[in-house]
Ligand binder design. Structure first.
Ligand code: DCP
Ligand code: MN
Ligand code: MG
Length: 557
């Protein structure tokens, strides 16, 4: 009841309807230290969307709505580019990319309300409506309430100007008001430096990368999709003949009946919540040795997934205006501090398989005068582990230039280091990272296809060799128990409310997060810093090179 309907709040809000008024607004803004900027668009793709208008809010509850006119945006350019006026936004990267379409840069200090909340509460939801209720004790009009839902849903762009303007200024007004609260909290918790020195400058870098996009060889993928579709047909006929019956392989229900009723592959088949037979990857992997149909099914699924998520999907996402693929990096999703990438997700193209490599090959330089360069950190997470745990053996290994993944592979596969091949080394990564992030013998056995006993031996031997690592893992869990959070090298926090849970399953998830977050999060901090530094050098030297993508511990130029 104490929540005031924002609509009823009678704060000043002006709709700008002429060049003259824009001039006046420009003069007003020059007097300000900061303002909030909020674009209202038809879609969430900054590079292609129609712009409906934008709102600006300042101190003293002053807000303006500017219906879109290219001329108006250009007239405001000096204000946007003035380095002495701070700019506030919710997902300010989106606003930056819109302005880039007009060759305008958003200069001055920036404050992103969403990212501030993300640093404070990485695991919570950061929606503007939620923050507004929580901190400002008022309610934002939600989009559905003005455009309707279902069949009656209208396009934002078709609504009356008064409706859109009030919707827009409610948002920018809330965004402006939130700064004070979030800023206080950032300072209080000791996250202000990470926020201003790392996350804020990174926004500019990411905006440029996303705007730049990457060239895609769509023809090559088209060809490859034909190859894969043919392969898929082969698998389908194999599977039919192995099953002795034709069925819809993509239907888990039908497949379950074939595997467990007809072929009787398991005495006690696992069922899903809905009572159907489970045909999850995990279930199938356990049955791999029971029948040759299983590996055929797994291959079928892998190809199908590759086709639908990449080979067929990527060309459709190429921006028709730029002819390039523009991903969006999400800076406020992963609780560890890593970036994620959407539309398309360019961070999880499988590279271990030769088919995944084919997809990677479709990423090509813009022209023959350019080449792509990828730089990947060498075992950064293990190096951070060596640093944090001060484990003597691990530090010595790095100082002597020993490749720990190859060493582990040599032990696991009982071959000389010189005989370790790519697959072995890649599996050894699963061992090394699995162990330092608290994997069980059972989990390890499943992951790399060895017996539980062998897995236990490997883990025991690992901790014997790197005893400091074991000690570190125990210490970090103790710390987490005491403080209910863990930290990265740069002070990024991950809260672990379940660390003292009575439920062993829930508690052990929290424990694994306690081991993982400081290491993976520190690696994320470091590459973010590297990206900021590289961006600066590229600009200073006036280089033509562009940073294009980030894949966790890898940068593509
Ligand atoms: N990673 C993981 N589990 C794996 C493979 C990778 O958790 N099985 C994580 C940790 C790595 C990061 O992803 O730091 C990057 O993966 P890389 O394959 O680049 O791993 P490395 O940097 O350790 O090895 P390389 O020397 O091959 O680059
Ligand atoms: Mn690496
Ligand atoms: Mg990598």
């Amino acid at each position: 009841e104490s929540i005031i309907e924002e609509e009823k709040l009678n704060f000043q809000h002006t709709i700008i309807e002429s060049k003259n008024e824009i001039q006046n607004l420009t003069n007003t803004l020059y007097q300000e230290n900061s303002f909030a900027l909020n674009f209202i668009t038809n879609t969430s793709d900054a590079l292609t969307t129609k712009i409906i208008g934008f709102s600006i809010s300042l101190k003293g509850n002053k807000s303006y709505y500017i219906p879109y006119q290219e001329e108006y945006i250009n007239l405001l350019q000096p204000v946007f580019e003035d380095p002495n006026i701070s700019k506030i936004g919710f997902d300010i990267k989106f606003q930056i990319k819109i302005l880039k379409r007009f060759n305008i840069s958003l200069n001055g200090e920036i404050f992103d309300v969403e990212l501030a909340h993300y640093l404070l509460y990485p695991e919570k939801r950061h929606a503007l409506g939620i923050l507004t209720e929580q901190y400002l004790n008022r309610k934002l009009q939600d989009k559905e309430s003005i455009i309707g839902r279902g069949k009656l849903k209208a396009e934002l762009i078709s609504l009356k100007r008064e409706v859109i303007s009030s919707y827009a200024v409610q948002q920018s007004n809330a965004i402006f008001d939130l700064v004070e609260f979030l800023n206080k909290e950032l300072v209080l918790v000791g996250l202000k430096k990470l926020y201003t020195k790392l996350e804020m400058p990174l926004i500019i870098v990411l905006a440029e990368m996303e705007f730049e996009g990457v060239n895609l060889d769509s023809n090559m993928l088209l060809e490859y999709s034909k190859v894969l579709s043919d392969k898929l047909q082969d698998y389908i006929s194999h599977i039919y003949s192995l099953a002795g019956v034709q069925f819809n392989i993509s239907s888990p229900k039908q497949m379950g009946e074939v595997l467990f009723d007809k072929l009787q592959l398991s005495k006690k088949p696992k069922k899903t919540k809905s009572g159907q037979y489970s045909t999850s990857e995990e279930t199938l992997l356990k049955l791999k040795d029971e029948h040759p149909i299983i590996s055929e099914i797994l291959e079928f699924r892998a190809i199908k997934k590759l086709l639908s998520t990449y080979v067929e999907a990527l060309p459709a996402l190429v921006n028709p205006l730029t002819n390039r693929l523009h991903t969006t990096f999400n800076q406020s999703v992963a609780s560890t501090g890593r970036l994620s990438s959407v539309n398309p997700n360019l961070q999880n193209i499988p590279i271990r398989t030769s088919r995944g490599m084919q997809v990677r090959k479709a990423f090509i330089p813009r022209s023959e005068e350019y080449s792509l360069l990828a730089a990947d950190y060498s075992q950064i997470e293990l190096r951070i582990m060596a640093l944090l745990s001060e484990d003597k053996a691990m530090i010595r290994a790095f100082n002597e230039g020993i490749d720990i993944h190859s060493e582990t592979a040599s032990k696991v596969y009982k071959v000389a280091v010189s005989d370790v091949n790519k697959t072995m080394r890649s599996n050894a990564k699963a061992v090394n990272f699995g162990i330092i992030y608290g994997i069980s013998p059972f989990g390890l056995a499943q992951n790399i296809g060895i017996s539980r006993k062998e897995a236990k031996e490997i883990i025991d031997q690992y901790f014997e060799e790197f005893s400091g690592v074991k000690k570190y893992m125990d210490t970090i869990i103790d710390q987490a128990r005491e403080f209910k959070y863990v930290e990265t090298l740069m002070g990024r926090r991950r809260y672990l409310p379940d660390i003292n849970s009575q439920n062993a399953v829930i508690r052990s998830v929290a424990e694994r997060n306690a081991m993982n977050a400081p290491i993976q999060g520190s690696a994320a901090d470091i590459i973010k810093q590297a990206m900021i530094n590289i961006h600066e050098v590229i600009n200073q030297r006036g280089m033509k090179s562009k940073m294009l993508l980030q894949v966790h511990d890898e940068l593509v130029f």
